[in-house]
Design a protein around this ligand. Structure first.
Ligand code: ZN
Length: 425
């Protein structure tokens, strides 16, 4: 690393576990000091924070970022048709170059809409790791293993994950972490699931998996094993505090107890669940049961973007209408889901603006018509803001976006390359 760098964000409105006005000093990759009378004169960079809401970078806990190339593919189809007839045939044509182009485009989009950490599951993940390294964002990357109950395929999949661990884990100044990512109970054999957990334990890695996304998945498993998805995963010792389960739409009351006891984190993906008509996840019940629940976008072809601001708003609104109670999931709880709950799920020292936390910080412009007046910054962030209001992004103490301009990615090139790549699918 180069010599010590420091960034001073002056006189801003900080939104974290509470709202306050102060200045923030970042030294290297850490939030060094938050105070009203910071007397720093030699900061290498000073950012004027007036008229800005300064908040933690958003944490997207479930994505398949290179799927940006499949934006608009298979709209308005249900999950199994969508996968079998639209997505998997195109994914079979993917290669390193295409995944790199899709990842780079995704990072441009994520940074511009305030995401600084994402938890991804896909293919050719070394390419995504390269894009993370170059773009300055933070990524937890898992190779999506699918063996479809075939022995040979299982061995290849485990090998691919071992290679990813060897090549990419804990690279880019720690910004790239590797997770073990068996796709789902209905695409992975019991052997693959068990080996995945052993591998994760051996290297102390997170395990990222889709669970209980559709009613069909639950019904099929109950027929085959007389167990629900989380009961099945628990019976093979897959559930603990290092497990991140995406979706959890059809979770039963018995499974709730299991998730709490094992301290599993859930990634809730409202856009994807609505678009694929998978159902409504019992988010308010998770929270009542003291289960850590975070937010994810899922892949772009079931969303169709990576904007965590719209995901926050949808999370809150969907739970309110689902419970027919406007008090369900108030703004602070939703905000926590997209920030500190996500950081907790991934085991990264980010997700809040506090001294000693990693400097992953986003500044949002308050001075636009749809944000006026600012009676309550938290309310504006959850219910009024758009991802495009993000003005400045800092990740790991490095400026990635300033005045809405990407500093580490050539936006024009990323768009051009992605258009070309999408044509090849
Ligand atoms: Zn997914």
């Amino acid at each position: 690393m180069s010599e010590t760098t420091s960034i001073l964000i002056k006189d801003t409105t900080i939104l974290s576990d509470k709202i306050k006005k102060a200045s923030i000093l970042i030294v290297d990759n850490t939030i060094e000091e938050i105070s009203n009378d910071l007397s720093v004169t030699d900061a290498s960079k000073v950012i004027d924070g007036t008229n800005k809401i300064t908040m933690p970078g958003l944490v997207n806990t479930h994505s398949h970022v290179a799927m940006t190339l499949l934006r608009g593919v298979g709209d308005d189809e249900e999950l199994q048709t969508w996968l079998n007839d639209y997505i998997w045939p195109k994914e079979a044509k993917l290669d390193e170059k295409l995944v790199y182009a899709g990842s780079k485009l995704a990072m441009a989009e994520m940074i511009k809409t305030g995401t600084t950490t994402f938890n991804d599951m896909y293919f050719y993940m070394e390419e995504t790791a390269k894009a993370v390294e170059e773009s300055g964002i933070r990524g937890v990357l898992g190779y999506g293993m699918i063996d479809l109950f075939d022995d040979e395929k299982r061995k290849q999949e485990i090998k691919a994950t071992k290679n990813l661990i060897k090549n990419s884990h804990n690279t880019a100044n720690g910004r790239v972490q590797v997770a073990v990512a068996p796709h789902a109970p209905y695409t992975c054999s019991e052997e693959l699931l068990s080996e995945s957990k052993k591998l994760a334990n051996k290297h102390n890695l997170k395990l990222h998996i889709h669970v209980s996304e559709t009613q069909q998945e639950v019904n099929d498993l109950e027929k085959q094993r007389n167990q629900t998805p989380f009961e099945y995963l628990d019976s093979i010792d897959l559930l603990d505090e290092n497990t991140i389960a995406a979706h959890g739409v059809w979770t039963t009351d018995n499974e709730m107890k299991l998730l709490k006891e094992k301290q599993v984190s859930i990634s809730h993906n409202p856009s994807s669940n609505m678009k694929l008509a998978s159902g409504i996840a019992p988010v308010s019940k998770y929270i009542k049961n003291d289960i850590n629940v975070a937010i994810g976008t899922d892949g772009v072809s079931s969303n169709n973007n990576l904007d965590m601001f719209s995901e926050m708003k949808l999370t809150a609104l969907l739970q309110k209408v689902n419970t027919m109670n406007a008090k369900t999931l108030p703004a602070q709880a939703t905000f926590n889901m997209a920030t500190e709950n996500g950081a907790r799920a991934l085991g990264i020292n980010t997700g809040s603006i506090k001294e000693g936390k990693l400097a992953d910080i986003v500044l949002v412009n308050m001075n636009v018509p749809h944000m006026i007046p600012v009676r309550n910054p938290l309310s504006n962030i959850i219910y009024s803001a758009l991802g495009s209001d993000v003005d400045t992004v800092i990740c790991d103490g490095q400026l990635l976006l300033e005045d809405k301009k990407l500093l580490t990615i050539n936006e024009e090139d990323a768009i051009y390359d992605a258009k070309l790549a999408a044509q090849q699918l």
